[in-house]
Design a protein around this ligand. Structure first.
Ligand SMILES: O=CC(=O)O
Length: 337
């Protein structure tokens, strides 16, 4: 526990450490760990304003802390102690944290790139195959005791030879491209910044502009971060530009797609099938997705493995350690670089 005259650094723990206990003990041996006692946003803000977290220079934050603090938006940031210089977020996607609000208060934010790449790309491959092959239909009928169902599931499609469009070519997109190549897919991508031609050749991907990617893909995977610029990147006009019968895969963030527009596109047959790990209003899922057997659904489990969750915690803790030791972050988010 800390005392008023303590000179050890103070670290605010928002959420829990589930796996990387030995890495975390390397922090608790050099810093005092402060954990909020509040269980909702109103009391958290009051607790922070009362001075309980004063002196904390760095916060470790996991997704589960959302239940206590809500979004790290300007209201929450304003209530955090003036001493706070760093927020180390455990997750690749950091849409729960307002970067402009943090930047305005001189707080640097880190995320966990690379740690999530394999597990998220593996999830996308699972959804891609499941949606192309109508596996969700067969799984549901089998569990209902009806073998392949009273009406047979429609025949699926093989990935071999299909054009696979990847929107967003960061670490997860590149990892996914390499994995999809094994299935004999022709891989195109679109990204804000085009990859180095050497890297394109090495991964086996071709660059396409956004509209060409939409028009030529048999399967489209979304692998871009959610921010105000990428919200509803895919909506009714974009579905209209796609090949009829396309398969959509989303392991990024639900709100990249206008979910209601996706439901309409599925209902009209413009989109044949979808594989989704993420939803616009998690944990709520649009009833039109839940009721559609051509949609393969999983509840945001893209990084849900012991190995990856451990890697993510260790990565986040390495940012906390670097903040304490050298006043810098290992993986500051791109907006603050
Ligand atoms: O969704 C998972 C992550 O952002 O790491």
């Amino acid at each position: 526990m800390s005392s008023a005259n303590n000179t050890r650094p103070r670290v605010l723990l928002l959420g829990t450490i589930e796996h990387a206990h030995s890495a975390w003990s390397s922090i608790s041996s050099i810093a005092d760990i402060i954990t909020p006692s509040s269980t909702d946003r109103t009391t958290f803000i009051a607790e922070s304003l009362s001075g309980t977290f004063d002196g904390c220079m760095v916060a470790y934050r996991s997704f589960d802390s959302f239940d206590v603090t809500g979004k790290v938006d300007s209201e929450l940031v304003a209530a955090l102690p003036a001493s706070l210089r760093f927020i180390c977020h455990n997750g690749a996607g950091y849409d729960q944290v307002s970067i402009p609000a943090c930047t305005a208060r001189n707080i640097l934010v880190s995320n966990t790139p690379t740690a999530v790449d394999d597990a998220t790309a593996d999830t996308a491959i699972f959804l891609l195959l499941g949606a192309l092959r109508n596996f969700a239909v067969g799984m549901a009928s089998l569990r209902a005791g009806e073998w392949r169902g009273t009406t047979l599931p429609a025949l699926g499609h093989d990935p071999q030879g299909k054009v696979f469009g990847i929107l967003g070519m960061g670490g997860i997109g590149c990892n996914l491209a390499r994995k999809a190549a094994v299935f004999g897919m022709k891989i195109r991508y679109h990204n804000r910044t085009r990859l180095d031609p050497e890297l394109e050749k090495n991964i086996g991907v071709e660059y396409a502009d956004f509209d060409t990617l939409l028009a030529e893909s048999d399967v489209l995977s979304l692998n871009l971060p959610l921010n105000p610029n990428t919200r509803h990147t895919i909506s009714t006009p974009e579905f209209a530009k796609m090949k009829r019968g396309i398969t959509i895969v989303n392991t990024a963030r639900g709100a990249i797609i206008d979910e209601a527009a996706l439901v309409n596109a599925l209902d009209s047959g413009q989109v044949n099938s979808a594989g989704l790990d993420v939803y616009e209003e998690e944990p709520a899922v649009h009833p039109g997705l839940l009721s559609n057997p051509r949609v393969m659904l999983i509840p945001h489990m893209g990084t849900w493995t012991i190995e990856t969750e451990t890697k993510m915690e260790e990565w986040t803790i390495s940012n906390v350690r670097m903040a304490i030791k050298s006043g810098a972050l290992r993986s500051v988010v791109p907006e603050q670089r």
